[in-house]
Design a protein around this ligand. Structure first.
Ligand SMILES: CC(C)(COP(=O)(O)OP(=O)(O)OC[C@H]1O[C@@H](n2cnc3c(N)ncnc32)[C@H](O)[C@@H]1OP(=O)(O)O)[C@@H](O)C(=O)NCCC(=O)NCCS
Length: 196
């Protein structure tokens, strides 16, 4: 096998945050967050109900990508926003252009119609591969599918910004289909057959 997949440890959180910053599109809200905020963000997801995996090279000295998925993610995201509200406030207040962009986007989306859909209980929070790699995203996703099949998880969902065409292409190639739309994001889902 070309790559290794292993659970993420606390020591790898700074590499995870670095990979996120390098790979996420700059018009993505989280793609513009600082290294420090991203480290705090991902540390919160190193818990029992979230599966966090890293893709490593054979020598295990290089983190090439990562994937976080699991249950009850919106409440953990709210927890992060609440806990880091002061730092987030000062981070964005000193970035007026970015703040204006976010506010305009929010305003635009508040006029848009959202399609109702039933969200899966297991959701992908984040996936990223270092830009100088190939096949890392697929390797992580296959691992996640196998995990779901072994753990009787029948549906895996995710949200993706409508302008993130690379990711949408990747998800479609991985078997996800668009089943909903909310505030500038598509909701995509994959049905999995469980192993008996
Ligand atoms: C989305 C992402 C994780 C895919 O990982 P990856 O390692 O590049 O994907 P793979 O190399 O396994 O490619 C699998 C398929 O994805 C699609 N894909 C990957 N990169 C692509 C690109 N630059 N343009 C178009 N399609 C692309 C292709 O269909 C590809 O299949 P192919 O190689 O047979 O053409 C990666 O591009 C990434 O980190 N993006 C930035 C972070 C992000 O946007 N995450 C999703 C947030 S919702």
């Amino acid at each position: 096998m070309k790559y290794l997949v292993e659970p993420i440890t606390k020591d790898q959180i700074s590499e995870v945050a670095k990979t996120h910053r390098e790979s996420y599109p700059k018009d993505h809200l989280s793609g513009s967050l600082s290294q420090k905020l991203l480290e705090k963000y991902y540390s919160l997801f190193l818990s029992n109900d979230v599966v966090s995996i890293a893709c490593l090279n054979q020598q295990k000295n290089n983190l090439l990508g990562f994937l976080f998925f699991g249950k009850d993610l919106p409440s953990k995201i709210s927890q992060f926003k609440q806990k880091e509200r002061v730092e987030l406030f000062f981070y964005f207040i000193f970035k007026p252009k970015l703040l204006l962009k976010i506010l305009l986007k929010k305003l635009k989306h508040s006029f848009q119609h959202s399609e109702s859909f039933v969200e899966a209980s297991d959701i992908i929070l984040s996936i990223a591969a270092r830009p100088d790699t190939k096949g890392v995203g697929t390797c992580l996703m296959e691992w996640a599918f196998e995990y779901c099949r072994h753990n009787q998880i029948k549906r895996l969902g995710l949200y993706v910004t409508c302008s993130n065409l690379v990711a949408i292409n990747f998800y479609i190639k991985s078997g996800f289909i668009i089943t909903g739309y909310i505030k500038g994001q598509y909701y995509m889902e994959k049905q999995l057959e469980n192993k008996t």
